[in-house]
Structures are given as structure tokens and as C-alpha cells.
Unconditional design. Structure first.
Length: 174
């Protein structure tokens, strides 16, 4: 019997594009999110993209893009997490969590003040995300309020500020 392969997380490279597309299409059961990723790449809108590797297989992928905060007060640098995808056959093994933790750490190290996500609150709370409204944030995209969550990457980064989080125009098509 083969020994289990260790999970390795690394920066995505151009050679990963086809494999990443397969992962995203399978995870989201369709091409919309994969098409978004390709548009973001083509327009150089990607702040960070990581892949999780099991041996030579891309098991998962995560992408971060810059977001803007429009409102009164100071405007800390923000980043949006989307998408996070893991091959369906490899889900529930901690791959998505490892990708999320790595992306959060890298965004914090890069000097971002906050991160936002549209997703399942039960999943993203484990990483410290809270309802965006609790931090004075609203989302410009049409999404259920409970799905819009935020995480302060630097203590107090959102103190004294509020506003609407604006994503790149590419997100409007999803």
C-alpha cells in the first residue's frame, strides 16, 4: 500500500491553469467560477493564487483579488477571497482549510487590513470571519447578508470606518 502523500501548498503558475479549471468546474458543478478566474488572470487582477498539491495532482485552489472600500474614514487595503475550490473526491480532508489559512497568512504578511468572502458562514467562521455588517461593511454584490463576511487581518484595521466593499467588475458576471 502506498504511503499517503503530504499536502503541499504553493503559488499557482501559468502551467496550472488547465488543472485549476478542472478543479473549479468540478467543485462548483459548472464553468461560471472557472470563467471568472480566467478573466481575472487575463486582466491581471489576481492578488494571490495558491494551489494545494497531493503529489502531482492539483487537489484545490484559492484566489484573492483586491477589493475597494467606499465610505467615510480611512480606507485600509482589502482583499476578497474567491474562489476556494477542492476536487469533490478530495473534500473533507482539510485541503480547503489549509488553503484558506495559507491565503489569510499571506494576505496579512502582504499588509492587507481586511479580507472579505461570500460563502457559507458555518465554514468561514472557523477562520475568524464574522458578518460583514458586524464590522460596518456592506457588499455591493447581490448576495444574502449572512453570506457576506469579513476578517480583520490587522487588529483595528476597520475601526472607525464603514462602507461598501466593491469587487472588480469581473465579479458582476457571476
Amino acid at each position: 500500500m502506498d504511503a499517503p502523500r503530504p499536502l503541499r501548498i504553493r503559488d499557482e503558475t501559468p502551467a496550472d491553469a488547465a488543472g485549476v479549471r478542472q478543479v473549479i468546474v468540478a467543485a462548483f458543478k459548472g464553468p461560471l467560477e472557472a470563467d471568472l478566474v480566467e478573466r481575472l488572470r487575463a486582466r491581471r487582477k489576481v492578488a494571490l493564487a495558491l494551489v494545494a498539491m497531493l503529489g502531482n495532482v492539483i487537489a484545490g485552489q484559492i484566489m484573492l483579488t483586491d477589493v475597494a472600500l467606499r465610505g467615510p474614514g480611512h480606507t485600509p487595503r482589502g482583499v476578497g477571497l474567491a474562489p476556494l475550490a477542492v476536487r469533490p473526491a478530495m473534500q473533507r480532508r482539510g485541503i480547503g482549510s489549509a488553503l484558506a489559512r495559507a491565503a489569510i497568512a499571506r494576505a496579512r504578511d502582504a499588509g492587507y487590513g481586511f479580507m472579505v468572502v461570500l460563502g457559507d458562514p458555518a465554514y468561514y467562521r472557523r477562520f475568524g470571519f464574522v458578518a460583514g455588517a458586524a464590522l460596518g461593511l456592506a457588499c455591493e454584490l447581490d448576495a444574502p447578508p449572512e453570506a457576506f463576511m469579513a476578517l480583520e487581518l490587522a487588529p483595528g484595521a476597520l475601526a472607525g470606518t464603514s462602507g461598501v466593499v466593491c469587487y472588480d467588475a469581473e465579479f458582476a458576471a457571476v
